[in-house]
Design a protein around this ligand. Structure first.
Ligand code: PBG
Length: 341
């Protein structure tokens, strides 16, 4: 009569396929890793203010600051030394320079243009990305020109072209329209080309959703109050939609975008995955201010461990197919990655 242990010795121990074998040792886990994160994947968004020797904390984004141009150069030197390829610049425009049309956006000596010139002079090998949208400059807080309560498309696109041109003239490597007007990528491309800026890259915020996760950013650039509870739903995308994001990307590529951004990031990994696998073009993700604030709030309460969640949150973008990530954690993450080496 066979015992149950006899039976086991014939069939072998259960189970014979063990996925945990590959996970047992660190060297093995590293060999079987399908994705990885490095400083090369990171773009650091930075806020700029007027003045000298100024560093101002952004209350809703613990650990994030607004820098005057001199301090910006210093902070970006650190980012550059850590291997971060590029920074994305966002100005906090003094209120007295704002108007209904956002005309300060086309001033060749505005804060962004001066910051760009200073950065390119000090750190020529650090990529500079400038946001193209009117919200830092309009009294309405909208990304475009408001007429009878509606952001008008074509007139805004003309203003965006002027804005992109002064940014390119200041030395910006990449201009990044984040306004969601129709037709602006082609218009900006043609305007740059006509003025000889054939090598200035155009990065389209192609799939940008009307999201609640931008709240802390609006505090940082001082547009939250002016928007007065209003929203951007007549030009930014409905969070309910996926197919429409593919259409936005297809059109912007056709119009000449060199790369596309999806925004926000973590709640939209499905969109990143679908766009990167459909188009096979440089696809960047923006882990936006509200995502940063959410993580930092939990970290500062002791509810999440920064050692674990920061790099994990960024690696997940790589898994979803993003080639690069705009993140307020860029400098912190680059330091953590260096320590892991
Ligand atoms: C505006 C712009 C926004 C962000 C980047 N560019 C905010 C908005 O659309 O209201 C948000 C970035 C963030 O939340 O980190 N053109």
């Amino acid at each position: 009569m066979s015992t149950s242990s006899d039976t086991l010795s014939f069939t072998g121990p259960f189970p014979h396929i063990r996925l945990r074998r590959n996970r047992r040792h660190d060297w093995s886990r590293r060999l079987v890793a399908e994705n990885s994160l490095s400083a090369n994947d990171l773009i650091w968004p930075v806020f700029i203010i007027e003045g000298e020797n100024q560093i101002e904390p952004v209350p809703s984004m613990p650990g994030v600051f607004r820098y005057s141009i001199d301090r910006l150069v210093e902070a970006c030197r650190e980012a550059h030394d850590l291997g971060i390829p590029a920074v994305a610049l966002f100005p906090r425009t003094p209120e007295h320079l704002k108007d209904l049309e956002g005309s300060e956006s086309a001033n060749p000596d505005n804060l962004i243009c001066r910051a760009t010139r200073a950065l390119k002079a000090a750190l020529p090998n650090l990529g500079v990305i400038c946001d193209v949208a009117l919200d830092p400059y309009t009294t309405s807080g909208h990304d475009g020109i408001l007429r009878d309560g509606y952001v008008v498309n074509d007139e805004t696109v003309e203003a965006l072209c002027k804005q992109a041109l002064v940014q390119a003239q200041a030395g910006s490597d990449v201009v990044a329209p984040s306004d969601m007007m129709d037709g602006r990528i082609r218009a900006v491309r043609e305007c740059l080309d006509a003025h000889g800026f054939i090598d200035t890259q155009v990065c389209s915020y192609a799939a940008k959703y009307a999201s609640g996760f931008y709240g802390p950013f609006r505090d940082a650039v001082g547009t939250g109050g002016t928007l007065q509870g209003g929203d951007k739903k007549t030009y930014q995308m409905d969070p309910a939609n996926t197919d429409e994001a593919l259409r936005e990307v297809a059109i912007d590529l056709e119009e000449g975008a060199d790369m596309v951004i999806i925004k926000p990031g973590m709640p939209y990994l499905d969109i990143i995955q679908r766009i990167s696998s459909t188009f096979k073009v440089p696809t960047w993700a923006y882990q936006v201010s509200g995502e940063y604030a959410m993580i930092m709030a939990a970290v500062n309460n002791g509810w999440l461990s920064p050692e674990k969640v920061i790099l994990e949150s960024l690696l997940c973008f790589k898994r979803a197919g993003a080639g690069a990530i705009l993140t307020y954690f860029a400098v912190d993450a680059a330091k953590r990655l260096q320590q892991l080496k």
